[in-house]
Design a protein around this ligand. Structure first.
Ligand code: ADE
Length: 239
């Protein structure tokens, strides 16, 4: 998969994606990341990328042309069609289902805004979709782009060493994850639940499912409305 990032700080996004699973996915050739700086496509001595908003008010708005120049350069660098995504708090919420959909695409272009935002005409003409990583305001789209890159990179075939672990992630079945334990069995902070030491795989699976259902019910009950629940799950929740 190829991801192009349009940003005033493309190196920052590259650094966010240089470690751990994402770094390894890049080393393994599963993900190619390319940065494009709108300032390289800006005119004049000052290479302006922003200006004051029409109608007044605080902050600055990113100019159409430097962004469009960077977008065009990114698109021209590879013939594969790209889905262009603008990161902003006004976007649709990023979910694991959306991540899965994006992870299956050959190419993404992530557009990061700074300042108060981006000229609306550029967004209407060039952007396929607008995504938010949560109901809070970051000072730019770069961290949000790094979040998207991380989430899609780990779903690339061969990115994770244990093929099971993505399938068992939180949200893959619409529920929060169950708790995890490792050695030692006995510690001053507590003992590992007995069932996990039993070797009874069916009992362990049932316990994990109950924990996932219970935590989701306690912490994020609204997720249960959308989760794929079996009859057995519903009986557990009714108890
Ligand atoms: N840019 C600024 N805040 C953001 C957010 N919450 N999600 C995505 N992009 C952003």
């Amino acid at each position: 998969m190829r991801i192009d990032v349009i940003s005033l700080f493309p190196e920052f996004v590259g650094q966010c994606a240089a470690f751990g699973v994402v770094g390894r996915a890049r080393e393994r050739g599963l993900l190619a990341l390319h940065g494009w700086n709108p300032r390289d496509h800006a005119e004049g001595n000052y290479r302006r990328v922003d200006d004051r908003p029409f109608g007044g008010g605080p902050g600055m708005v990113m100019l159409i042309d430097p962004l469009r120049g960077a977008l065009r350069a990114a698109r021209a660098a590879d013939p594969a069609p790209a889905r262009t995504i603008y990161l902003s708090p006004q976007g649709a919420p990023l979910t694991q289902a959306k991540v899965r959909e994006l992870a299956g695409r050959e190419r993404l272009i992530l557009l990061c805004g700074r300042y108060e935002g981006v000229d609306e005409r550029l967004l209407r003409a060039e952007v396929d979709e607008e995504l938010s990583i949560g109901d809070y305001v970051l000072s730019g789209g770069e961290l949000a782009a790094a979040v998207v890159i991380d989430a899609v990179a780990r779903l690339q075939e061969g990115a994770l060493n244990d093929a099971e672990s993505a399938a068992q992630d939180s949200f893959e079945d619409g529920l929060l994850d169950c708790p995890h334990y490792t050695r030692p069995v006995e510690h001053e902070l507590g003992r590992v639940p007995e069932v996990l030491l039993s070797g009874d795989h069916a009992r362990i699976a049932r316990w994990r499912r109950m924990q996932a259902l219970g935590r989701t019910w306690q912490r994020r009950p609204e997720l249960l409305d959308e989760a794929a629940l079996s009859e057995a799950d519903r009986r557990l929740l009714d108890e």
